[in-house]
Design a protein around this ligand. Structure first.
Ligand code: 5RP
Length: 268
């Protein structure tokens, strides 16, 4: 692997433990002003110190994150459909590698839609993005499926998507946790990280994180289950404890409860 690409990857997946806590705040690119992400700066700022990397679009990076804050950026570069449009899978590359370099990003990210009407388009876009990324030492994170594709959240479908992403040269793949997640990880030769998906109870989101890490995930790229919590900072700290400190699910949930009780007392 080229030195620059390796260096950028190591900013995201920490070499000490080969794990990562990424904070995903790119939802607005197809969902608009998502609940609790209406004012991105307000949501992002308190969480920045606890994230290893931040995943977002160029618009939110430029308007809502201070350029002086030293956080590795994973730039979403695909889009083109909205939640009220005809087909969420109809995405193309929306941001150039030149722009990604200008923004000093550590990786670029795009979605692939295996099994959808636009499967071919998204996979060819991935191949092109990997070529361009490799030319400039920029890793590519492939995101497997959103929207309707979530209905197919089983190990067979997610193994297929993740493996195809790896075959096309992606450097990291982000997917969803499912039963038999080991088989997804074991058949994918690149690091697999999980999205949190729609908001769950904090306990369930912590269990999900623990189960994914136990099954071999390299970390999380989590959004709503962190910033839609009433206690986002305690939540990201609990997730960190699992990912980087090998906390068990009950230990992480106890930490969450302790920290959120403290937040409540200090804000009363
Ligand atoms: C959408 C994305 C989001 O970043 C991803 O879904 C992670 O967020 P959440 O944990 O809220 O699911 O890539 O395509």
């Amino acid at each position: 692997m080229d030195w620059g690409l390796k260096n950028r990857l190591s900013r995201i997946i920490k070499p000490e433990d080969e794990r990562a806590v990424m904070l995903a705040v790119d939802h607005g690119y197809f969902l608009g002003p998502t609940e609790k992400l209406e004012v991105p700066r307000r949501t992002i700022k308190p969480l920045l110190p606890y994230a290893d990397a931040l995943m977002l679009t160029r618009g939110i990076l430029r308007t809502s994150v201070d350029a002086s804050f030293p956080i590795p950026v994973v730039l979403r570069v695909s889009g083109g459909s909205s939640i009220i449009g005809k087909d969420l899978s109809n995405e193309k590359i929306t941001t150039s590698i030149k722009e990604a370099i200008k923004l000093n990003v550590s990786a670029v990210a795009m979605s692939i839609f295996v099994g959808s009407a636009h499967e071919h388009q998204s996979l060819v876009s991935l191949a092109k993005l990997v070529d361009e990324g490799e030319d400039h030492g920029i890793p590519v994170l492939a995101v497997t499926a959103v929207g309707k594709e979530l209905e197919k959240r089983d190990a067979r479908y997610l193994s297929l998507s993740c493996r195809i992403a790896a075959e096309f040269g992606a450097h990291i793949v982000k997917t969803y946790y499912c039963e038999d997640f080991e088989s997804v990880v074991n058949s994918c030769p690149i690091p697999v990280i999980i999205a949190g998906g729609p908001k769950l109870s904090e306990k369930d989101a912590i269990d999900l994180t623990y189960n994914a890490i136990k099954s071999g995930a390299a970390g999380v790229d989590m959004g709503r289950n962190i910033w839609q919590s009433d206690h986002p900072v305690p939540m990201i700290k609990a997730v960190r404890a699992i990912v980087h400190e090998n906390a068990t699910a009950p230990e992480a949930y106890d930490l969450f409860k302790k920290l959120s009780a403290k937040t409540q007392t200090t804000t009363v």
